[in-house]
Design a protein around this ligand. Structure first.
Ligand code: SF4
Length: 451
């Protein structure tokens, strides 16, 4: 990812290997002249062709690779195959595709609809052909032979107490076909149960406050792997906590770095014959990939959250290196322009408060100016400390002062307390970096005393 290349350029090292045989490497890359020196870190640079053919250069921690795939060229960074073995994965298809596939095997469109409803609707959430009661016997036999119902295997379910009631958040761990593990979090709240889904294995954005970012990027999740997280969450927990009404793409990964699959997964989630999530209750979050953000706003009616987290380019360049490619003026200018034509649409700005870094009253004033004329809400988040992180959370008193300053200036602002941090299931805490992690960026001089 280019952003990482920029980080490296800034930070200085000699420990890079350019993987010359990577089939995804379509653009010539100059070895950065400077990069952070990290004795145990072996980095690999490779370009990814994003759906918009934006060249990205990603840094992969060596530990991200399974023992059998020690080369970047083996990484399934392109979308995974539509098939598992000789079987077609049903949840990779939207309804039109499923209907065509069913018809191509000699069955009627009405039977495709019945299958769709058993996969996604009516509290059935079928995970094998034995769970297709009411479907024609031959049709079920064909499905049993040719179709795969599951893309994920359940590995574990962990719960976290919020200390006040026995309702918690649940962290669901899934094993993928290639052995990778991803995490999904369910956050129960009266009247609004939310499932937080992952869109990638790891993440290549390297936000400095984020635990997932420490992993580097392994691969994109397929449509089926994304959709099935919501299906599993409903199947596992609905009877206990009630209906799961909201989806947020805020788990592992940068959703818009996997935009094709995320757009398709979101469209399946809001299908009125299937999972029936309301589009304004499916929120896709981004660190600020501007071209993909523009495409998302054109092609989806789901909600958008932008992880902002800083009020100056200097701070954002450090804590969110994507800003070196798409800076604050470009990001916010694009939103201002795009939202002009979207009726009654508000973007949610996420702002993780980091003590001494982005939580001053000057930051509050700048934030008010930055979001002016953008229909929005601002969500102030408590930073959840994790092992090895240099950042500390802002005190509650200071968060309230910050919130009040924004509210007095006319912003719609929410203050969200942290929940789930006792199980590493809180925002920015998903995943498990290996021994070798993505590089830390150089701390600007004026912040060296506070982190
Ligand atoms: S905050 Fe989001 S985009 Fe940034 S590294 Fe973490 S998962 Fe990736």
């Amino acid at each position: 990812m280019e952003v990482s290349y920029m980080c490296m350029k800034r930070a200085g090292t000699s420990c890079l290997k350019v993987m010359k045989k990577n089939p995804y490497m379509k653009h010539s890359i100059k070895t950065p002249s400077t990069f952070v020196s990290h004795p145990s870190y072996t980095s690999y640079i490779s370009t990814l062709s994003t759906p918009h053919n934006t060249p990205f250069i990603s840094v992969f921690a060596k530990s991200c690779f399974s023992s059998s795939s020690s080369s970047v060229s083996d990484l399934p960074l392109k979308n995974s195959s539509e098939k598992t073995g000789s079987k077609v994965i049903l949840k990779n298809m939207n309804y039109c595709e499923l209907e065509k596939w069913v018809q191509s095997h000699g069955y009627r469109p009405g039977q495709a609809l019945m299958l769709w409803k058993r996969l996604y609707g009516n509290n059935l959430w079928a995970l094998c052909s034995d769970e297709l009661e009411g479907l024609n016997k031959d049709f079920r036999k064909m499905l049993g032979e040719l179709a795969a119902f599951k893309a994920l295997s359940l590995k574990d379910v962990l719960t976290a107490s919020d200390g006040t009631r026995k309702v918690w958040r649940s962290q669901i761990l899934f094993k993928l076909e290639d052995g990778s593990v991803i995490e999904t979090v369910v956050i129960p709240k009266s009247g609004r149960n939310t499932v937080c889904v992952s869109s990638q294995v790891g993440c290549g954005m390297n936000c400095q406050f984020c635990f997932t970012g420490r992993m580097g990027l392994m691969r994109n999740l397929t449509v089926a792997e994304i959709v099935e997280q919501a299906v599993f969450a409903r199947r596992l927990l609905s009877s206990e906590i009630g209906s799961i009404t909201n989806v947020v793409f805020m788990g592992m990964g940068e959703p818009l770095h996997n935009i094709d699959n995320v757009l398709k997964a979101a469209s399946i989630m809001v299908d009125v014959q299937g999972l029936q999530f309301s589009p304004n209750k499916v929120t896709v979050s981004t660190s600020g990939l501007v071209p993909q953000l523009r495409r998302f706003l054109h092609e989806s009616n789901c909600a958008l959250a932008v992880s902002l987290n800083a009020t100056t380019d200097e701070v954002r360049n450090w804590i969110m290196p994507i800003n070196r490619k798409y800076n604050l003026a470009l990001l916010l200018g694009t939103l201002r322009e795009e939202l002009r034509t979207k009726h009654k649409y508000k973007v949610l700005f996420e702002y993780v408060m980091l003590a001494g870094v982005n939580d001053s009253m000057d930051d509050a004033k700048r934030l008010v100016d930055l979001v002016q004329d953008i229909p929005c809400k601002v969500n102030l988040l408590t930073f959840n400390p994790h092992k090895g992180s240099p950042f500390k959370p802002t005190s509650e008193k200071k968060m309230i002062e910050f919130r009040n300053a924004l509210a007095e200036a006319g912003c719609v602002v929410l203050l969200r307390p942290s929940r789930g941090d006792d199980q590493m299931a809180a925002c920015g805490q998903l995943g498990k970096p290996g021994e070798i992690e993505a590089p830390r960026l150089r701390i600007p001089t004026q912040f060296q005393m506070v982190v």
